[in-house]
Design a protein around this ligand. Structure first.
Ligand code: ACO
Length: 328
């Protein structure tokens, strides 16, 4: 039987699918790729997971920039491992998005033509070595805060990818903290460099959690579907609460004179975030947006021969398997 709602035709299969989907969400269980899901749920997941994947891939650039200039062999090896991890995260996430019916080529096309979003944080420059510390401590710290709850996301492939990603992010955060700690135990110039990096990355790292709750169009529905578990502002609060004691151990100052715990509200009071800056970066007008996309586009074009060679090899292997079957 079919019924019509507006311009959408609803079949009996859809009704049964919706009921099964609702039951899975109500039981806080998992939706898997072959399960029926509402079109809007699929669309929101593709949006979030592909943006997340793009963030990991673009996120390789600010740090990749320092691999040749790391101050020791040990630091270079650690940084290379970290940047490779980010590539891996991008690949798990692209794979998770592909299970929803979008192709890798489509996602790549959206990124390199500037139609897809990726995290605002990766549009800031990394002029000093201390930026490697600040990125690890603040950016990866914010990523962990945001992503640990995503391990329980209702879509199975996304939640499972996040488990491994969070383990690696935890190492990334610690290596950043340790870089800053070494600098803070060094010379005056090194301490200044560390503080300067914290000053530059603190506010953009708070912006990573997204717009305030009352200006976040996707949060309510994503939370109802158990994709997001906490609101943008709640996660931002949690992050600040994590940073305050760590900043004390490091001996750095968080650049917000109004930051203090409020016993009455049970929340951190803080200065207003510069949302104009955030929306400028989202609109492609951040300090490094154009450069990040140019590098990604060039890498894609330069890598065309690798993709062609891999496809030719895969065709050859498939033909060989076919030949063997015919002989057998
Ligand atoms: N940078 C870029 N875009 C952002 C950011 C940000 N920091 N925060 C929010 N936005 C975008 C959203 O993607 C959304 O855009 P769209 O509707 O055009 O797709 C718009 O701003 C409105 O925001 P929300 O309604 O709050 O969007 P959402 O519910 O998706 O929440 C959030 C945003 C918190 C980033 C969520 O998508 C999420 O948790 N994503 C997974 C984590 C992630 O992507 N991390 C990337 C950086 S971490 C790293 O790679 C190390």
């Amino acid at each position: 039987m079919t019924t019509t709602q507006g311009s959408t035709t609803i079949t009996a299969d859809d009704e049964a699918g919706q009921a099964a989907f609702d039951a899975v969400i109500a039981a806080d269980s998992r939706i898997e790729p072959r399960d029926w899901m509402p079109a809007a749920y699929r669309k929101t997941l593709i949006r979030q997971i592909s943006q997340h994947a793009h963030s990991e891939i673009i996120g390789m650039q600010p740090e990749g920039n320092w691999i040749t200039r790391a101050p020791s062999l040990k630091r270079k090896a650690i940084l290379m491992a970290k940047v490779q991890d980010e590539a891996g995260h991008g690949l798990y996430l692209y794979s998770a998005a592909q299970t929803l019916g979008i192709t890798r080529d489509e996602m790549t096309e959206q990124l390199i033509t500037g139609r897809a979003k990726y995290s605002s944080i990766f549009n800031y420059p990394t002029p000093t070595w201390a930026d490697m510390g600040a990125i690890g401590w603040l950016v990866d710290g914010a990523a962990i805060c945001n992503q640990v709850p995503l391990c329980r996301a209702s879509y199975g492939p996304y939640g499972r990818a996040m488990v491994r990603i969070c383990k690696e992010e935890s190492f990334h955060q610690r290596q950043g903290f340790e870089i800053l700690l070494s600098l803070m135990q060094g010379t005056d110039a090194q301490r200044e460099m560390a503080q300067d990096a914290v000053d530059r990355w603190y506010w953009p790292s708070l912006m990573m959690f997204g717009p305030p709750d009352d200006a976040s169009p996707n949060s309510a529905q994503s939370m109802a579907w158990n994709i997001k578990r906490f609101s943008n502002d709640d996660l931002r609060q949690r992050f600040v609460g994590m940073l305050v004691p760590q900043a004390e151990v490091l001996g750095v100052t968080l650049p917000d004179p109004n930051l203090r715990w409020n016993d009455e509200t049970g929340r951190w009071d803080m200065s207003e975030i510069d949302w104009d800056e955030f929306f400028e970066v989202l609109a492609g007008r951040g300090p490094m947006n154009a450069e990040r996309l140019r590098i990604r586009r060039d890498a894609h074009e330069d890598g065309a021969w690798v993709r062609e060679a891999a496809a030719a090899y895969a065709r050859k292997q498939a033909a060989r398997v076919e030949d063997t079957r015919e002989v057998a």
